[in-house]
Design a protein around this ligand. Structure first.
Ligand code: WQD
Length: 347
């Protein structure tokens, strides 16, 4: 069976994708520098699948080290490139770190793919490339225009997409699938892997579950004066396992020769927008947890509302994000409870 190199494979979306690849019978090798993840993720992957995939502690900025992985695993047929810095706020404070890491890593990955005759790339992109779509472009499809990025993070994703397109123009046999994620949330149903935010979470769901479990005093809802039905921002929250399954579909789409474009772009969302306050209220009703929250001022850089039109991915990849939001929120809560048990065992 084909081997897939997964960079960033011990990260949140990477680890869930590795589980899905292994369960589909693919061989996997993970390259990760562990700057934002933990080796214990491999224990979770093994507990779920019965397979411990080979792991290479590697920084994708080290081109030589990356090349040695391709030398060692000559059966790599495709690469899924997750490894990147991804905190919008942090990218505003540390733009050079983001440009060096996110651009340099991709260039090295593609260079080593070319050096080793690997022709298929799945790239982890983001709906942030759309900025704030105007109302006539909501729900947002792949035909919507990319807008000026609102953060260095978003700009690195746009630049990465352009690099991939330009490489495709230069190499007729190069194929890429660009996956634009909306808001990934939740955890594997076993609660053995999930999101492991470093320090204080930037993202909504980990902050919700950490507040409900008692780590955080209260959730701040950043603004309820937006032009939305309940005043809070709207996003397309997609279950991380549905997202992971889309990556397997993307690999199959290329390896089975179905990709009729050199570069195919897909929006990965549910097609349904939910507000922050709707998520908060659903979480409380589904889990019965106590979730203290206050309305706080808007967060700089937030866009008001965005959700996906996933019709192209549904049709072309034969993929759909259809896990009920109640089950997704439950999975996030069970993961947080699992983390608490681990902390208590250590104490
Ligand atoms: C969602 C909503 C906040 C925290 C993310 C990723 C980005 C990209 C797009 C993949 C916003 C509100 C949050 C809190 C809150 N994904 N919020 N209180 O900003 O949409 O961006 O998805 O590439 O990498 O960061 O996600 O979870 O930070 O915020 O009210 O404590 O929740 O204002 O409206 P965002 P988020």
């Amino acid at each position: 069976m084909s081997r897939i190199l997964v960079t960033g494979g011990t990260g949140y979306i990477g680890s869930h994708t590795v589980v899905c690849l292994l369960e589909q019978g693919y061989d996997v090798v993970i390259a990760d520098n562990l700057s934002n993840s933990d080796l214990r993720v491999l224990d979770g992957i093994e507990a779920i699948t019965g397979i411990r995939p080979p792991f290479e502690k590697t920084d994708c900025l080290d081109c030589e080290a990356l090349g040695r992985i391709f030398d060692r695993y000559s059966d790599i047929e495709a690469v899924i490139h997750f490894a990147a810095s991804k905190a919008v706020g942090e990218s505003v404070e540390k733009p050079l770190l983001y440009y060096r890491n996110n651009i340099g890593s991709l260039i090295n990955v593609i260079e080593q793919m070319n050096n080793h005759g690997v022709k298929h790339l799945v790239f982890s992109s983001s709906c942030t490339v759309y900025g704030q779509p105007d109302s006539r472009h909501l729900p947002v499809s792949e035909a919507a225009p990319r807008r000026q990025a609102t953060s260095p993070y978003g700009n690195t994703k746009q630049i990465n997409e352009d690099i991939i397109t330009d490489v495709a123009h230069s190499k007729a046999d190069f194929r890429a699938v660009i996956l634009r994620y909306f808001n990934p949330i939740g955890a594997h149903p076993s609660a053995l892997i999930g999101e492991l935010p470093n320090g204080v979470p930037n993202n909504l769901l980990p902050f919700v579950t950490q507040t409900a479990i008692g780590i955080r005093k209260e959730l701040k809802v950043f603004g309820n004066d937006y032009n939305t039905p309940d005043g809070s921002c709207i996003r397309d929250y997609i279950y991380v396992m549905d997202l992971a399954r889309a990556h397997v579909k993307a690999v199959e789409y290329m390896l089975q020769g179905k990709a009729d474009e050199q570069v195919s772009i897909f929006n990965l969302g549910t097609g349904r927008g939910l507000s922050v306050l709707e998520i908060v209220k659903k979480f409380i009703s589904v889990t019965g947890a106590n979730l203290p929250y206050v309305i706080a001022p808007r967060r700089e850089g937030d866009i008001e509302q965005v959700w996906a039109d996933p019709a192209k991915a549904n049709k072309v990849l034969g993929w759909k994000a259809d896990t009920p939001i109640e089950d997704v929120l439950t999975s996030a809560w069970r993961w947080e409870q699992h983390l608490k048990k681990i902390r208590e065992k250590k104490a």
